[in-house]
Write a protein that binds this ligand. Structure first.
Ligand SMILES: [Zn+2]
Length: 280
């Protein structure tokens, strides 16, 4: 695949303990420089919620200077399960979208809450449907004005994903789609390639990350058990044209983080699977 290769912004100054005070504008600029120097062409902002609008606009300019595509931003506001929570979450998500528009990104990644309501119970399923629909209707038209897509990430099992795909297709909002997180797929008993095919033409971004089937390790592709050739084949099958975005960990549990080495390793691993050869 010749899609652009991207990576999430990693905190460049050692262990990240306090996002708001440590991951400053200067630290973000440094993380972009590290991504560029590793060979990446695009980025995802993992911690943009802590930045003020002026800082987001400065990062958009920094991307331009580095020649990086500001592709996506990860919002930490969830899509709620119930209609009662929908208005509040939609309001907060609209604020995330405003900040994302200052960054100039194309996709805002969101998680959807799940677990309290039982999808096998028709009444609870109906309530959850209304909750999801109400929150998406509260934020998607706002995002479309900025030409931003909302990408719902798979964070649960197949039944949850199929439910969300059904709701999203029923709404017919053109700028709502899905983000495949390959590591989450495995941890919830799914094959990442199958997850991509269920998302189909609604796939709007990726979180390519690996693990050994037990813990959400966020390792670079190839460092765990995932079959990456089948992931790439599925991405080609659904006609995915966006960035191949790695999502690795800021905070590896058993060793000190090293943003430069970790970013470089992620680039080499992703390049290998995406392009079918080693980087020069
Ligand atoms: Zn993810």
């Amino acid at each position: 695949m010749d899609n652009p290769l991207g990576c999430n912004t990693l905190y460049p100054g050692g262990r990240l303990m306090d996002v708001r005070h440590q991951f400053t504008l200067a630290a973000h600029k440094r993380s972009l420089q590290i991504l560029k120097e590793a060979g990446f062409e695009a980025c995802e902002f993992s911690h943009f919620d802590v930045l003020v609008p002026q800082e987001c606009r400065a990062l958009r300019e920094a991307c331009e200077e580095f020649g990086l595509i500001p592709w996506s931003a990860h919002s930490w506001v969830t899509l709620p399960e119930t209609p009662e929570e929908a208005d509040k979450h939609a309001r907060e998500l609209r604020e995330s979208v405003d900040a994302a528009s200052d960054l100039g990104v194309k996709v805002v990644v969101v998680h959807a809450a799940s677990g309290r309501l039982d999808l096998n119970d028709p009444e609870q399923r109906r309530v959850r449907s209304i909750g999801l629909e109400t929150s998406l209707l509260g934020v998607a038209p706002h995002a479309i004005a900025y030409d931003i897509k909302l990408g719902i990430e798979n964070c649960a099992d197949r039944a949850n994903l199929e439910f969300m795909v059904e709701v999203v297709r029923g709404l017919d909002l053109p700028n709502v789609g899905f983000v495949v997180d390959t590591g989450h797929a495995v941890l919830h008993g799914m094959d990442p390639a199958e997850t991509i095919r269920i998302m189909g033409d609604r796939l709007c971004s990726t979180h390519l990350q690996d693990n050994f089937g037990h813990v959400d390790d966020h390792l670079p592709p190839g460092r765990g058990n995932i079959d990456w050739s089948s992931v790439i084949a599925a991405l080609e099958d659904v006609g995915y044209e966006g960035v191949l975005m790695v999502e690795i960990s800021d905070c590896p549990p058993n060793r000190a983080p090293d943003a430069i080495a970790d970013t470089r390793e992620a680039f080499e691993d992703l390049f290998h699977f995406a392009r079918g050869r080693l980087p020069e």
